[in-house]
Design a protein around this ligand. Structure first.
Ligand SMILES: NC(=O)c1ccc[n+]([C@@H]2O[C@H](COP(=O)([O-])OP(=O)(O)OC[C@H]3O[C@@H](n4cnc5c(N)ncnc54)[C@H](O)[C@@H]3O)[C@@H](O)[C@H]2O)c1
Length: 283
C-alpha cells in the first residue's frame, strides 16, 4: 500500500512495484495544487487498486491497512514554502495523519513494514559536511518540523508497539510525474517546466547554493533497497546522491535550439542559502 500513491514519488513507486508483480493499493486524496494526478499511474491503472480517501480517515485506514505487507507512507503536505505560510496542513496531515495511519497499522496490520519518507530538511543548517545520520536535527520550517515529529511518531510505534518501521530522509527529487503547476515544490522540476515553455529561469542569489538532486527512478531504487535491507531496524536514514551540486549549472542547461536566458534576483531565502549537503553513498 502506498499513501500519496497518485503523487510524484508515490506513482513512480506504484508503477515500479506493479511492474515487479506486486499487489499494489494506492491511497490518495488528490489534494488540489499538490502532486496527485490520476494520470500519473496510467501505465498500470488496470493493475493497481486506487482508493481516493484521506489518511486522516481512521475508519478508511482501519480497512485499507489490513493484510498489507508493506505500507509506504508518502502522503502529506510537502512544500516548505506552503508550510511557512499556513502551518495547519503540516500539523494536521503530516503529524496527525501519520498518527492515524500508524494507529490503524498497530491494530489491523501489526506485521506490516512501514516506510515513511521524511526530508533532509530535518537537519536544517549543518555545522559540518558531509551530512550523515549523526548530524544534529535542527528543522527550520514547519514542513521540516512536522516531518521530524512524524518520524518520531513512526519510531514510537516501532519501539513501543513492535511495528517494523523505517524513516528515509529524501532530498530534492526530480523526474517524471512531478507536479509543475507552480514553483512551490522541487526546483529542478520547475526549471524543466520553464525550459519547456522557453521562459527565463530565475536563480536566487549567486546560484552557488549546494543541493542534492536525486532522480526519482534512483529514489525508487533506494526506497526498495533500503526497505529490504533495513526493514524493522527503526531509526532514520538519509537518502542522497554522491555529489551535491549548485543550482546555477542546473538552471543553465541550454536546449539544442535555444540557449536558456538566465535571470538573477537579489532575494535570497535564508532557509535556502543556509542549507548545505555533503557527500556519501546512497542512504
Ligand atoms: N519531492 C521531493 O523532493 C521530496 C523531498 C523530501 C521528502 N519528500 C517527501 O516525500 C513524500 C512524497 O512527496 P512527493 O514529492 O511525491 O509529493 P506529492 O505532492 O507529489 O505527493 C503527495 C501526495 O499526497 C497526497 N495527499 C496529501 N494529503 C493527503 C491526505 N491527507 N490523505 C491522502 N493523500 C494525501 C496528495 O494528493 C499527493 O498526491 C512527501 O512526504 C514529501 O514530504 C519529497
Amino acid at each position: 500500500m502506498i499513501t500519496g500513491g497518485l503523487g510524484f514519488i508515490g506513482s513512480n513507486l506504484a508503477i515500479r512495484l506493479a511492474e515487479l508483480g506486486a499487489d499494489v493499493t494506492v491511497v490518495d486524496v488528490l489534494w488540489p495544487e499538490h502532486g496527485g494526478n490520476i494520470f500519473n499511474i496510467e501505465p498500470v491503472k488496470e493493475r493497481v487498486r486506487i482508493n481516493i480517501c484521506d489518511i486522516r480517515d481512521k475508519y478508511a485506514m482501519d480497512v485499507l491497512v489490513q493484510d498489507k505487507d508493506y505500507i509506504f507512507h508518502l502522503a502529506g503536505q510537502c512544500s516548505h514554502v506552503l508550510g511557512q505560510a499556513d502551518p495547519y496542513p503540516d500539523i494536521d496531515i503530516n503529524i496527525h495523519g501519520t498518527a492515524v495511519l500508524l494507529e490503524s497499522a498497530k491494530i489491523k496490520a501489526p506485521d506490516a513494514t512501514i516506510v515513511f519518507t521524511s526530508t533532509r530538511g530535518v537537519y536544517g543548517s549543518v555545522a559540518k559536511l558531509p551530512v550523515d545520520e549523526n548530524a544534529v536535527t535542527n528543522p527550520k520550517g514547519l514542513y521540516e518540523l512536522s516531518n521530524l515529529t512524524a518520524e518520531r511518531i513512526v519510531n514510537f510505534y516501532g519501539y513501543n508497539h513492535g511495528l517494523k518501521v523505517i524513516n528515509l530522509r529524501l532530498s530534492n527529487i526530480y523526474g517524471e510525474r512531478s507536479q509543475m503547476i507552480h514553483d512551490k515544490f522541487g526546483v529542478v522540476n520547475w526549471f524543466i517546466r520553464l525550459a519547456m515553455e522557453d521562459k527565463a529561469i530565475k536563480v536566487f542569489g549567486d546560484g552557488k547554493i549546494l543541493r542534492d538532486f536525486l532522480y526519482v527512478g534512483d529514489c525508487v531504487d533506494a526506497l526498495l533497497k533500503e526497505t529490504l535491507d533495513l526493514m524493522g531496524i527503526g531509526g532514520s536514514r538519509f537518502m542522497k546522491t554522491q555529489d551535491e551540486r549548485s543550482v546555477l549549472p542546473v538552471a543553465n542547461v541550454p536546449t539544442p535550439a535555444t540557449p536558456r536566458p538566465l535571470e538573477e534576483t537579489e532575494r535570497v531565502a535564508e532557509t535556502v542559502t543556509q542549507e548545505r549537503t555533503g557527500r556519501g553513498g546512497i542512504r
